[in-house]
Design a protein around this ligand. Structure first.
Ligand SMILES: *Cc1c(COP(=O)(O)O)cnc(C)c1O
Length: 372
C-alpha cells in the first residue's frame, strides 16, 4: 500500500544527517528541532499556532480538553471514520453523536449534522477523510448559528486546500477552532515513529492547549489544570522538517497516481472512482473507489493472488463496532455508511509508484472486473 523504504532511500542523506545532528546534540526532548518544525509548519499552513504532540489521537484529545468540553456534552462526528475520532470523545466522557456521510465524497453529511444538533451539542468534528476537506463553508455557518466549536480531524488531509464561496483559500485544519493531525509513518506527512500536531489561530486556546500537552503547567512544577504528557520527539521533528519541504511534491505524486487510476477505470461502470469534493483539493491519502457489482471482496482476493495489496477503509462503521454500539443507532440507521463498508476498496497509493506498477495494478483490476 505504501513504500516507505524507497521513499527513505530517495532522501536518505538528508534524513540521516538530520537524525545524527539530533543524536549528537543530545537535545532529545523539546529541542530546537521541535521549535523549528513548529515554526516551519505554521508558515506552511498559514496558521498562528502549531502545537506538536505525540500522535494524532492525542491531538484530538488535547483539542477537546483545551476547548473545555465537559462530560455529557454532545460532540457530532461521522460514523465512517477511523476509531480515534470517536474514541477520545468517549474517553473524555463526552457523548459521541454519530452521523452519516455523503455517498459520493464519503465526507460528513451537513444535513445530518444539522438534524443531530440538540441543546447539549457543543462541538462538531469533521473528518477530512482520504485526503479531501469536508464542506467547511457550510459547516462553519452551522457552527456559528448554533454556537458550536469545530475540531477538524485532518490526519488524512494535511496540505489540502479549501476554497470558500467567497474565493478565499485556507489549508485543511486551519479553518475550524482547532485542527488535529497525525504524523504516523503512512500518513501524507509521516515521521519514523509516532507524532502529531494541533493547529489554531486562537491565542488563548493555543496557550490552554500548550498547558494541556505539558502536564497542565504554565510554569515548571506549577500545575494550573489537569493535563497529559504528549510531546513530539526531537528526532521525529528533525525528520519531519526534511519531509515537510517535500510535502507538496509528494501530494503531486499522489495526484498523478490518482489520475492514472481514474483514467484507467473511467469507462468501467462497475467501478466508481473518487468523486472530488466541491471547494477542496484532493491530496489522496487513499485512493478509495466503490465496487458496484457486489464483488468487492472477490476483487480484493483476485488482487492479492497477483501480489497486489489493497485495503478496506473501513470494514466496520463506528456504530457497528463492539465498543461503540448504541441503542440510538440500530442496524440500518446509517444507510450510506452501511453500504460503503461493503463497497469501498483502497488501492496502493504512495509517493514512489512507477508506471510499471500502475499498469500492473490497473490491468489486474480491469481483468477481474471484465471477466464476466
Ligand atoms: C491516523 C488517524 C488518526 C490518529 O492518528 P494516530 O497518530 O495514529 O494517533 C485520527 N484520525 C484519523 C482520521 C486518522 O486517519
Amino acid at each position: 500500500m505504501v513504500d516507505l523504504v524507497t521513499q527513505y532511500e530517495n532522501i536518505q542523506e538528508e534524513i540521516d544527517s538530520a537524525v545524527l545532528d539530533v543524536i549528537r546534540s543530545s537535545a532529545y526532548i523539546n529541542g530546537p528541532e521541535v521549535r523549528s518544525f513548529q515554526e516551519e509548519l505554521e508558515s506552511y499552513l498559514g496558521v498562528k499556532h502549531v502545537i506538536p504532540c505525540a500522535n494524532g489521537t492525542d491531538a484530538l484529545q488535547v483539542a477537546m480538553m483545551g476547548l473545555g468540553l465537559k462530560p455529557g456534552d454532545e460532540v457530532i462526528t461521522a460514523t465512517f471514520t477511523y476509531v480515534a475520532t470517536a474514541e477520545v470523545i468517549a474517553l473524555l466522557q463526552l457523548t459521541p453523536v454519530l452521523v452519516d456521510v455523503d455517498p459520493n465524497t464519503f465526507l460528513i453529511d451537513l444535513e445530518a449534522v444539522e438534524a443531530a444538533i440538540t441543546p447539549k451539542t457543543k462541538a462538531i468534528v469533521p473528518v477530512h477523510l482520504f485526503g479531501q476537506v469536508a464542506n467547511m463553508d457550510g459547516l462553519m455557518k452551522i457552527a456559528k448559528k448554533h454556537n458550536l466549536k469545530v475540531v477538524e480531524d485532518t490526519a488524512q488531509a494535511i496540505g489540502a486546500d479549501y476554497t470558500f464561496s467567497d474565493g478565499t483559500t485556507q489549508k485543511a485544519g486551519t479553518i475550524g477552532d482547532v485542527g488535529c493531525t497525525s504524523f504516523f509513518p503512512s500518513k501524507n506527512l509521516g515521521c519514523m515513529g509516532d507524532g502529531g500536531a494541533i493547529f489554531t489561530n486562537d491565542d488563548e486556546l493555543a496557550a490552554e492547549m500548550r498547558m494541556v500537552v505539558n502536564h497542565g503547567q504554565s510554569k515548571r512544577y506549577y500545575h494550573d489544570r489537569i493535563g497529559v504528557n504528549s510531546r513530539l520527539d526531537s528526532l521525529q521533528a528533525a525528520i519531519l522538517r526534511v519531509k515537510l519541504r517535500k510535502l507538496d511534491n509528494y501530494s503531486n505524486s499522489r495526484k498523478a497516481v490518482a489520475e492514472y487510476y481514474d483514467k484507467a477505470f473511467a469507462s468501467c461502470e462497475q467501478l466508481v472512482t473518487p468523486v472530488r469534493a466541491e471547494g477542496s483539493t484532493h491530496v489522496f491519502h487513499q485512493y478509495t473507489m466503490m465496487v458496484k457489482n457486489g464483488k468487492r471482496d472477490e476483487l480484493q482476493s483476485a488482487l492479492a493472488e497477483k501480489g497486489i495489496p489493497s485495503m478496506i477503509y473501513y470494514p466496520v462503521a463506528l456504530h457497528m463496532q463492539e465498543a461503540y454500539k448504541d441503542d440510538r443507532y440500530p442496524n440500518g440507521h446509517f444507510p450510506v455508511t452501511e453500504r460503503l463498508v461493503d463497497e469501498v476498496i483502497s488501492l496502493p497509493m504512495h509517493t514512489e509508484m512507477d508506471d510499471e506498477q500502475l499498469e500492473y495494478i490497473a490491468s489486474s483490476v480491469l481483468e477481474f472486473i471484465n471477466k464476466d
